[in-house]
Design a protein around this ligand. Structure first.
Ligand SMILES: *Cc1c(COP(=O)(O)O)cnc(C)c1O
Length: 419
C-alpha cells in the first residue's frame, strides 16, 4: 500500500498535488511519501513480531537520502551500509554507530579504521582475509570488532542475474563448505569477536522458498560451528524481499516472510538481524517527469519524457518495469513506447505499453521509484543530478537539491599545458 492516489482527477502524494511540486521544483524530480515509508517500516517490523530478539537495519544503498534515513531512524531502524560514505550518512541521520552494520565485499583498510572509530556495531566479513585485516587494525587501536561471517549458501534466488548474490559463482561471502573452518580461525584472533553468520542471496525476491532454503542451510551451519566449540549469538538474514512493480502483481507480505523466519529460526537462540531495503523504500517514491513531445513511430508513438536512464537506471540496467501514470489522466489510453532523451537505445522505459494518453507538456510519474532510483542517478549526457522531495501530509520539502550541469562543470579544469 502507498500514499500516491488521485484526488479530484489529479495525482497526489498524500495531500500534496504532484503538479505543485513539479511547478516549483522542476522535472524530473523524485517524491517520497513519509506516510508510506513509515507504514512500510512498521509493517515489516510487525511481521517479525514473533521473533523474540531482533535488529532491523535499513539497507542504505536502496535510498541513502538523509531525510529518509532520519525518518527510518525515528522508527527505530539501524542502518546496513556498504561504504564509509553510507556510514557517514547514517551517522549524520542520527543512527548510532552501534546500530550500524558494515557490509560490502571490498571494504578498504581506511574504511575499516573509520568504522571502528565510529563504533560500528557489526562488521559483516566477506572473506577470511578481510577478517584478518580487521582484527589487526582493531588490535592496533586497542579495540575489539564485533563481526559476522557472510556465507554464500549456493542458493538460486530466482531473481535477475545482476541482483542475485548467493550462488557459488557470485563474488559475495565465503563458500558454504569453507565457512566453519574460517569461522574457527577468525574466532581466535585478538581484536575480533566472531558473533555470528550473515547471508543475503539477492534482491527483488518474489518467492520465499529460496530464502527459506538459504536460512535452513545457515541454521545447519550455525549448529556445526557451535558443535566445534565456537560461539554464535547473532544471525544476519540480510534483505531481499521483493515488491510489486506492476499493478496486480502478487508478492509475499512481510507477515508471510516473518512467519517463515519465525518457523525456521524458532530454536536458534540468537538475535536475528535484518537488512531490508527495497521493501521499505520501493513503493514510497515516484519519479515525476514531463512529456517533452510525442513523436510518431513505425508501430507505436514514442512518448519522449524529460526523465532518462541517468535519473532512473533500473529499466536500462535490468529491463525493469515501472508503472507509468499520467498526473491528470483524461481517461483515454493508448499503446506507446516511453523513452528518455539520452543518446542510447537503452534509454527506454517501456516498449509497446498501454498507458494513459499523454501529450507534450503533460506530467506523469514512474511509480515504485523509491528504492535504487535517485541513488543510482548520474549526470550522463551532462544532465543535472535529479532532485528529491519529501511529503508529509500537506507539507513538502526539497530533501536533495538539483545539482546543475554548471556546478559539475565548475569542478573540472583544463591542465596548464592545454591553456
Ligand atoms: C542490497 C543489500 C541489501 C538490501 O536488499 P533489498 O533487496 O533492497 O532488501 C541487504 N543486505 C545486503 C548485504 C545488500 O547488499
Amino acid at each position: 500500500m502507498d500514499h500516491f492516489a488521485y484526488q479530484n482527477g489529479a495525482l497526489h502524494a498524500e495531500d500534496v498535488a504532484l503538479a505543485t511540486i513539479a511547478e516549483q521544483v522542476g522535472t524530473p524530480c523524485y517524491v517520497y511519501s513519509s506516510a508510506t515509508l513509515r507504514r512500510h517500516a512498521q509493517v515489516f517490523a510487525a511481521g517479525l513480531a514473533a521473533v523474540p530478539a531482533k535488529h532491523i537495519a535499513f539497507a542504505v544503498k536502496s535510498n541513502p537520502n538523509l531525510a529518509v534515513l532520519r525518518l527510518l531512524a525515528s522508527e527505530g531502524y539501524g542502518a546496513d551500509v556498504v561504504s564509509a560514505g553510507e556510514m557517514d550518512r547514517a551517522l549524520a541521520a542520527g543512527i548510532p554507530g552501534a546500530d550500524i552494520v558494515f557490509s560490502g565485499v571490498g571494504k578498504t583498510a581506511d574504511e575499516l579504521t573509520r568504522a571502528l572509530k565510529a563504533g560500528v556495531g557489526q562488521f559483516n566479513l566477506e572473506s577470511e582475509e578481510e577478517g584478518v585485516e580487521l582484527a589487526q587494525i582493531a588490535a592496533g587501536l586497542g579495540m575489539t570488532a564485533q563481526a559476522a561471517l557472510r556465507v554464500n549458501p549456493d542458493v538460486d534466488a530466482k531473481t535477475h542475474a545482476k541482483i542475485s548474490t548467493g550462488m557459488a559463482e557470485n563474488k559475495f561471502g565465503v563458500a558454504y563448505d569453507r565457512a566453519a573452518g574460517i569461522y574457527a580461525r577468525l574466532s581466535v584472533l585478538p581484536g575480533l569477536t566472531m558473533r555470528g553468520l550473515a547471508v543475503h542471496i539477492g534482491s527483488q525476491l518474489s518467492q520465499l522458498k529460496p530464502l527459506e532454503d538459504a536460512f535452513t542451510k545457515m541454521g545447519a551451519l550455525m549448529r556445526a560451528i557451535r558443535a566445534n566449540g565456537q560461539t554464535i549469538t547473532h544471525m544476519d538474514l540480510g534483505g531481499g524481499v521483493g515488491v510489486p512493480y506492476k499493478d496486480g502483481e502478487n508478492f509475499p507480505t512481510p507477515a508471510d516472510y516473518g512467519a517463515m523466519v519465525a518457523r525456521v529460526t524458532a530454536d536458534w537462540g540468537v538475535t536475528l538481524m535484518f537488512e531490508p531495503g527495497r521493501v521499505i523504500a520501493g513503493n514510497s517514491g515516484v519519479l515525476i517527469t514531463r512529456v517533452v513531445r510525442v513523436k510518431e513511430g513505425v508501430t507505436h508513438p514514442f512518448v519522449i519524457v524529460d526523465a532518462a536512464m541517468n535519473d532512473l537506471a533500473r529499466p536500462a540496467l535490468y529491463g525493469a518495469w515501472h508503472d507509468f501514470w499520467a498526473v491528470t489522466p483524461n481517461g483515454e489510453r493508448f499503446t506507446a513506447n516511453i523513452v528518455g532523451p539520452i543518446c542510447e537505445s537503452s534509454d527506454t522505459f517501456a516498449m509497446g505499453r498501454e498507458i494513459d494518453v499523454v501529450k507534450a507538456g503533460d506530467l506523469a510519474v514512474f511509480r515504485t521509484a523509491g528504492a535504487y532510483g535517485a541513488t543510482m542517478a548520474n549526470t550522463y549526457n551532462s544532465r543535472a543530478l535529479v532532485p528529491e522531495v519529501m511529503v508529509e501530509g500537506d507539507k513538502w520539502a526539497i530533501v536533495a537539491q538539483r545539482i546543475d550541469p554548471a556546478t559539475i562543470l565548475a569542478a573540472e579544469q583544463v591542465p596548464d599545458w592545454l591553456k
